[in-house]
Write a protein that binds this ligand. Structure first.
Ligand SMILES: CC(C)(COP(=O)(O)OP(=O)(O)OC[C@H]1O[C@@H](n2cnc3c(N)ncnc32)[C@H](O)[C@@H]1OP(=O)(O)O)[C@@H](O)C(=O)NCCC(=O)NCCS
Length: 168
């Protein structure tokens, strides 16, 4: 059951140090076993720099949310509209001690509710991240096809998953 006092709101500049710390911690917990500490540190330092996170705040057609319990940021999610109108979930991370109590489900639902016109939601998930794949399947996503993040050779293997939404 989702914890009492869970607050979900738009991220603000003052949140970004905590968001960065959350992403670094959760990335190591999730991906060190697949890629090793060093490679994960390189990727997360590049992708989750304060500069990059700042650039993602208030981006047109996008949403960048944080979830808090008692003023602690415990999860974050981001999404944006694709050219075909689909909602692309670009990030969903819950701090390890808070996983498995319904926060991912609630945050994903709130994220998708930010795109009431979207006919479909899409996301990429690391192809060996079996807990996340199982979570997304539970949330109604289906496997579409294999891909590589950004279509590049030096980035993780991913699976594309999609879920039909009921656009207004
Ligand atoms: C994947 C993640 C976002 C899921 O969020 P969460 O808060 O742990 O999941 P919830 O507690 O909301 O679970 C929601 C449902 O999914 C199910 N679920 C969650 N993890 C699961 C797993 N590993 N296997 C099977 N089902 C799972 C839960 O049982 C629950 O279903 P039910 O209540 O209908 O029985 C979170 O665990 C996380 O951040 N993991 C590490 C980072 C990551 O992999 N992020 C995704 C990157 S693409």
């Amino acid at each position: 059951m989702t914890p009492d006092g869970l607050i979900i709101r738009d991220a603000q500049t003052a949140d970004l140090l905590a968001v960065r710390a959350l992403l670094v911690e959760t990335w190591h917990a999730t991906y060190d076993g697949l890629y090793g500490w060093q490679r994960v540190a390189e990727i997360t330092n590049a992708w989750h720099s304060l500069e990059n996170l700042t650039a993602q705040l208030g981006r047109d057609g996008g949403t960048f949310l944080v979830a808090l319990v008692e003023d602690e940021i415990i999860a974050t999610a981001s999404a944006r509209v694709e050219p075909d109108g689909a909602a692309l979930v670009t990030r969903l991370y819950v701090l390890p001690p808070w996983q498995g109590v319904g926060i991912g489900r609630t945050l994903l639902q709130v994220t998708l509710a930010c795109f009431p016109q979207a006919p479909v939601a899409r996301l990429e998930v690391e192809s060996q991240n079996e807990p996340a794949i199982a979570f997304y399947e539970r949330m109604g996503f289906f496997l579409q096809r294999q891909a590589r993040f950004d279509g590049r050779d030096d980035t993780p293997n991913t699976l594309l998953m999609a879920k039909r939404l009921f656009a207004a």
